[in-house]
Design a protein around this ligand. Structure first.
Ligand code: NAP
Length: 251
């Protein structure tokens, strides 16, 4: 797959699936802006990993949930990438505070929706003037929980990700006339900090036991789906959510 002479922005690209997607896009030839929230050292490692194999990458800090910071992120992206953004990967996100609805504060609910859903809206809107007609790609990282309702304490997260999936379809319709594709990747259980730091070992073992392929996925396996949707070969796919879950959910 060649993405030579293309440019990309990966939100939340410092760690996990975002890091793997940034690296895979760069390996395919894209120059990549790697956005992160708070872990600048991790983002710098992502960038250096890409530069090590001769790729082009830069780290830019911004909270995708904050409209003013998204404006700065896109001004910086435009400057670094020479005014053209071929590929936007809306990856930044995570479950935030996990609590039963009865114990969930409005503040925690809102923060989860702001990061996972507002962030996708704000970055997509900011990308629209930069995406080239006939070639632009948007890939939103949603989740299996958009359909399953999520794990324990995942009401806000699954609601936000369901929003991301349908926002993806709406944008695919809206941008179809410009021949810009908008798709989603819905990971099941992927081995990243999201689970390493946030999911109790017994809960993870119980879910893993239900995966027909018998294991959880790697960040690289989720990233491969992102890269596929960004490629020329995927030009007739839009409004689709590609499930990367080892068969955990098939309907
Ligand atoms: P991760 O390892 O925890 O990485 C999350 C990344 O998002 C980090 O780079 C983090 O930045 C960034 N981020 C978080 N909030 C942000 C914000 N407000 N603004 C900018 N960046 C922000 O998680 P992951 O597993 O790779 O998750 C990536 C995406 O996949 C998320 O959307 C997640 O919901 C989705 N997903 C993951 C799984 C899974 O099993 N892992 C399953 C379904 C969906 P810092 O490094 O600076 O903190």
């Amino acid at each position: 797959m060649s993405l030579k002479e293309t440019t990309a922005l990966v939100t939340g690209g410092g760690r996990g699936i975002g890091r793997a997607a940034a690296a895979a896009l760069a390996e395919a030839g894209a120059a990549v802006v790697v956005n992160y929230l708070s872990d600048g050292a991790a983002a710098q490692r992502t960038v250096e990993g890409i530069r090590d194999f001769g790729g082009r990458a830069w780290a830019v800090q911004a909270d995708v949930a904050d409209p003013a910071q998204v404006e700065v992120l896109f001004a910086e992206t435009r400057r670094l990438l020479g005014g053209r953004l071929d590929i936007l990967v809306n990856n930044a996100g995570g479950p935030g505070v996990r609590r039963p609805v009865a114990e969930l504060s409005l503040e925690d609910w809102r923060r989860c929706l702001e990061v996972n859903l507002d962030g996708v809206f704000l970055c997509t809107r900011a990308a629209l003037p930069l995406l080239p007609d006939g070639r632009g790609r948007v890939v939103n990282v949603t989740s299996i929980s958009a359909r399953s309702g999520g794990g324990p304490g995942g009401a806000a997260y699954s609601a936000a990700k369901a929003g991301v999936s349908n926002f993806t379809r709406a944008c695919a319709k809206e941008l179809g006339p410009r021949r810009i594709t908008v798709n989603g990747v819905a990971p099941g259980v992927i081995d990243t900090d999201l689970h390493r730091r946030g999911t109790p070992a017994e809960e993870l073992a119980a879910v893993t036991a239900q995966v027909p392929l018998g294991r959880i996925g790697s960040a690289g396996e989720a990233a491969a789906a992102v890269v596929f949707l960004c490629g020329e070969e995927a030009r007739y796919i839009t409004g689709e959510i590609l499930e990367v879950n080892g068969g955990l959910r098939m309907d």
